[in-house]
Design a protein around this ligand. Structure first.
Ligand SMILES: Cc1cc2nc3c(=O)[nH]c(=O)nc-3n(C[C@H](O)[C@H](O)[C@H](O)COP(=O)(O)O)c2cc1C
Length: 343
C-alpha cells in the first residue's frame, strides 16, 4: 500500500476561500510541502498539469514540468508523477524531458497521461479542443511514440498525427526499462488506453462498490506485460471522533458555497462529454477528482478501515488531498499510516 499527496499546483483543493488556508500555489510552498511529505513517509506526489488555472483563471498556477524537475533535484525518495496533456507537447520533446527528470530523480519519475477537460486552456492557445474520443485517439498515438522513446528504442512511426523517423534518445534510462506510465480518465477510450499502454490506472474518488466495478472491468482486459495497478484519488477528513470529522466536512461545505460563481464558470469550461465530470456531478463532495466521495471522512479507525477495504479490492496507491493541507497531511501520517501499515 502506498500513499501520495497531490501537489498544490492551484492552491487549496477543497474550498478556495479558507481563512485557515490562504490561497497559495507558489513554488516555495510546493517545494516545502513535497519535502515534508517525503520526510513523513509519503511515497508519491502527483503534479497536475494546467497552463492556466482551471478553477479560476485569474488565480496563480504552478507549472508542472519545470517544477517537477526542480522537485526531483530537491528530494531523494518520493516518486514524482507529472501529468501531461498530449496536445501541449510533441511526443519526442516530452519523452526527452521525462528521461531527463528520470535521471535527475535517479529513477523516481512517472508521467500521468490525461486527455484534458478544460476547454479554454487549449482553445485560447489556438491549439483547439478536439472532441472527446478524438483526443483519446491522439493520446494513443502520442504514447505509442513516447513509450518506446523512453525505453531508449529507435523509433520510426507513421500515424495520423505523428511522423517520426529513426529517432533515438540518449542517454537511455539507467535505472529501469523506462519511467512509469499512469493514466487518468474514466471513459471507455481511457480504460482501453490504460489497459494497452499504462502501468497504473488513476480512479477518481467514489464509492467502494463503484471503484470495485471499475477495477474489475479494466483488470479483466487483455494486455501485455505486468498486471495493471490501481490508484485512487481521495480527500481525507480524519479526526479523533466521527462527529468532529463531520463538523470539519460541514465547515468546508459552507466555505465552498463562496466559490459557487467560480465553479459555475469552471462547469461551463468543462468538456460536457468528460465522463469524469459526469461522475463527479452525481455526489456532493469537497475536493477535486472525486474528493470526499471516496468516503475517507470519519474517525481515525473508520478512515483506516475504509482504506483497508479499498486496498482489499485492488487499490495500491492512495493519492490524497487535505485542507488545511500541511496540518492534515501531518495528522494522516501520524494517525492513519500507523494504523494501516504493519510496523
Ligand atoms: C488522478 C487524476 C489526475 C488528473 N490530472 C489531470 C491534470 O493534471 N490535468 C488535466 O487537465 N486533467 C487531469 N485529469 C483529468 C483527465 O483529463 C480527465 O479524466 C479527462 O479529461 C476526462 O476524461 P474521461 O472522459 O475519460 O473521464 C486527471 C484525472 C485523474 C483521475
Amino acid at each position: 500500500m502506498r500513499f501520495g499527496i497531490w501537489a498544490l499546483v492551484h492552491g487549496s483543493r477543497g474550498a478556495l476561500q479558507d481563512p485557515e488556508e490562504p490561497y497559495d500555489a507558489s513554488w516555495e510552498r510546493n517545494l516545502a510541502l513535497v519535502q515534508e511529505a517525503e520526510r513523513l513517509g509519503y511515497d508519491s506526489t502527483l503534479v497536475a498539469q494546467h497552463t492556466i488555472n482551471p478553477h479560476h483563471a485569474p488565480n496563480d498556477q504552478l507549472e508542472a514540468w519545470t517544477s517537477s524537475a526542480a522537485l526531483a533535484a530537491a528530494t531523494s525518495r518520493i516518486e514524482i508523477i507529472t501529468a501531461i496533456k498530449p496536445y501541449l507537447y510533441h511526443p519526442v520533446v516530452l519523452a526527452k524531458m521525462a528521461l531527463q527528470i528520470e535521471h535527475i530523480s535517479r529513477g523516481r519519475f512517472a508521467i500521468n497521461l490525461v486527455n484534458a477537460w478544460n476547454m479554454p486552456e487549449l482553445e485560447k492557445a489556438g491549439i483547439g479542443f478536439a472532441e472527446h474520443d478524438e483526443r483519446y485517439a491522439y493520446g494513443r498515438e502520442w504514447i505509442s511514440v513516447v513509450d518506446p522513446l523512453m525505453r531508449g528504442e529507435t523509433v520510426t512511426f507513421q500515424g495520423k498525427y505523428f511522423n517520426v523517423n529513426d529517432y533515438t534518445l540518449r542517454p537511455a534510462d539507467p535505472y529501469r526499462a523506462r519511467p512509469r506510465i499512469y493514466v487518468g480518465g474514466e471513459s471507455e477510450p481511457a480504460r482501453a488506453l490504460v489497459a494497452d499502454h499504462g502501468d497504473v490506472w488513476f480512479i477518481n474518488g467514489q464509492s467502494l462498490a463503484d471503484v470495485e466495478t471499475l477495477i474489475k472491468d479494466v483488470a479483466s482486459r487483455p494486455r501485455r506485460g505486468a498486471p495493471l495497478k490501481f490508484g485512487l484519488s481521495a480527500f481525507v477528513i480524519a479526526r479523533e471522533t466521527e462527529a468532529e470529522a463531520q463538523a470539519a466536512l460541514l465547515r468546508l461545505f459552507d466555505l465552498a458555497k463562496l466559490d459557487a460563481p467560480i465553479r459555475a464558470v469552471q462547469r461551463a469550461n468543462t468538456d460536457p462529454y468528460s465522463v469524469m465530470a459526469q461522475t463527479m456531478s452525481k455526489t456532493p463532495r469537497v475536493g477535486s477528482n472525486g474528493g470526499t466521495a471516496a468516503g475517507l471522512v470519519g474517525s481515525y479507525d473508520q478512515v483506516a478501515e475504509r482504506i483497508r477495504q479499498f486496498n482489499a479490492i485492488g487499490v495500491e496507491l492512495f493519492m490524497l488531498q487535505f485542507q488545511p493541507f500541511e496540518a492534515e497531511m501531518r495528522r494522516f501520517a501520524a494517525e492513519i499510516m500507523s494504523r494501516v501499515r504493519p510496523l
